[in-house]
Design a protein around this ligand. Structure first.
Ligand code: GLU
Length: 473
């Protein structure tokens, strides 16, 4: 799937992007090679009896860099999965974690399967069997390797993984931290489901706070009214599109899905479209919007911002010259091939790269992991205390000013933060700081021309520091 004719593989494409960053750094060549190398790949094949017949499944877990432990990254379930893709995605995880200062190494897993062909119980059986393989081979555990959801997996699969690990290691007090993205009632954290989409929103908001960057992209100030095309209305694309349109006043003028695209100049109502898709399993016949069969062509439509939130290699050497968006925000992993990236950079298109733009997921996974190993919900100790202090403050203001503080204001002063408030605040802070670091890197060296190279330079510096500090043995 990730292989595009006449273009490097996904993994090679990521490596070329990393090389572009290494070329402007004074890194010892050995360190550069050590950073680029994928440390370990496990391939497993295991039989499962389905409807009376034995089927053999193939899965992988790649560990790109364990300079920090645990290593972290999703597990995808897809019929097109392969080792090259898993290695590419694992290396993206290493850089992603470093960019947003999440203290994990990079990993990724995949199972070659079409989940649509199986019943729920069968999926459970297969997921548990895959987990067994990963745990037994040392590729899954709360302190070593912690998976999360990705394409084709979600909280349901994560709960099965955690439960399987628990049965294998009942003595491990931190068993629930062996995977993130779990349902909230099974040790998950509020805000994880929408975290990647939320992170995309926060990344775009931060971009728009920098007038210089907005004008470099040829955009007018302010996110309100911006015309956005979103590819993929899965978990990431749906949440990003929903938040950007409902909270920031942007217009989603097109949504591209597997079976075609919808266009609507005055903006698509994302919540209605989502309901339509759940009901009809297609974007076709959505009232008020124009349907186009050849969805991929819509990537080339005129817009302010293009948000590819589907799969890798969507913008290639072939269609990159025709892309009209001024700003591309990579919500998916690897949606642009290396060649496409070069063409768009030359055209002056500003690209907010995947390893930063979609890092909201792993950031909130980090919060979930901390919650799990500390065995307490965020806000549990201080919420009511903050509430009392706030109420006291409101009373004092009333006394000093001899004026009544309105009920709404009183509520907002005295409200203690709950877990979701804290997760959002932590995510927002993370996305803001990471963007500021990337743009400082970009501005600090005129050999760096684009945000992706800047993001890689900044993350490679951090990873290299950890190699140099600790040494190699
Ligand atoms: N699968 C997500 C990603 O590609 C999340 C990884 C995680 O939370 O560990 O970033």
């Amino acid at each position: 799937m990730s292989q595009v004719e006449n273009e490097p593989s996904f993994h090679a494409s990521v490596n070329l992007m990393v090389d572009r960053a290494i070329a402007v750094m004074d890194l010892e060549p050995g360190v550069a090679t050590a950073i680029k190398t994928c440390n370990a790949v496990l391939q497993v094949q295991f039989p499962v009896k389905i409807r009376g017949k034995i089927e053999v499944f193939t899965g992988w877990r790649a560990v790109h860099s364990n300079h920090r432990l645990p290593v972290k990254g999703g597990i995808r379930f897809a019929p097109y999965a392969d080792q090259d893709e898993v290695e590419a995605l694992a290396s993206l995880m290493t850089f992603k974690c470093a960019i947003v200062d999440v203290p994990f190494g990079g990993s990724k897993g995949a199972l070659m399967i079409d989940p649509a062909r199986y019943e729920r119980d069968e999926m459970q059986q297969i997921t548990r069997r895959f987990t067994l393989e990963l745990v037994r081979k040392g590729f899954l555990g709360p302190s070593t390797n912690v998976p999360a959801p990705d394409v084709g997996t979600g909280p349901r699969e994560m709960a099965w993984i955690a439960d399987t690990y628990k049965h294998l290691h009942p003595e491990d007090i931190n068993y629930v931290a062996c995977v993130t993205g779990k349902p909230v009632h099974h040790g998950g954290i509020n805000g994880r489901v929408e975290a990647t989409g939320r992170g995309v929103q926060y990344a775009i908001r931060e971009f728009f706070r920098h007038a210089e960057d907005v004008s470099t992209a040829g955009l007018t100030p302010g996110l309100e009214g911006k015309r956005i095309i979103v590819q993929g209305l899965g978990n990431v694309g749906y949440h990003a599109a929903k938040f950007l349109s409902e909270e920031d006043g942007a217009k989603i003028i097109a949504v591209i899905e597997r079976d075609g695209a919808l266009l609507q100049d005055d903006g698509i109502d994302i919540e209605n479209l989502r309901q339509h898709m759940i009901e009809h399993r297609t974007v076709k016949d959505f009232p008020g919007a124009r349907f186009v069969e050849d969805g991929k062509r819509v990537l080339e439509e005129d817009c302010d911002i293009l948000v590819p939130a589907a799969l890798e290699a969507q913008v290639t050497l072939e269609n990159a010259p025709r892309i009209q968006a001024k700003l591309i925000v990579e919500a998916a992993n690897g949606p642009l091939t290396f060649g496409a990236d070069e063409i768009l950079n030359r055209k002056g298109t500003v690209i907010i790269p995947d390893a930063y733009a979609n890092a909201g997921g792993v950031t909130v996974s980090y919060f979930e992991w901390i919650r799990n190993i500390s065995h307490i919900r965020f806000g549990r100790m201080q919420r009511r205390h903050d509430e009392q202090r706030g109420a006291e403050l409101a009373r004092m203001i009333e006394q000093v000013s001899c004026n009544r503080v309105g009920d709404e204001q009183k509520d907002s002063i005295s409200r203690g933060a709950d877990e979701l408030d804290l997760v959002r605040s932590g995510l927002d802070d993370t996305m803001r700081l990471a963007y500021q670091e990337i743009r400082e890197t970009l501005q600090g060296d005129d050999r760096i021309r684009d945000l992706r190279t800047a993001a890689y330079v900044s993350s490679i510096r951090k990873i290299a520091r950890s190699y140099l500090d600790v040494g190699v043995y």
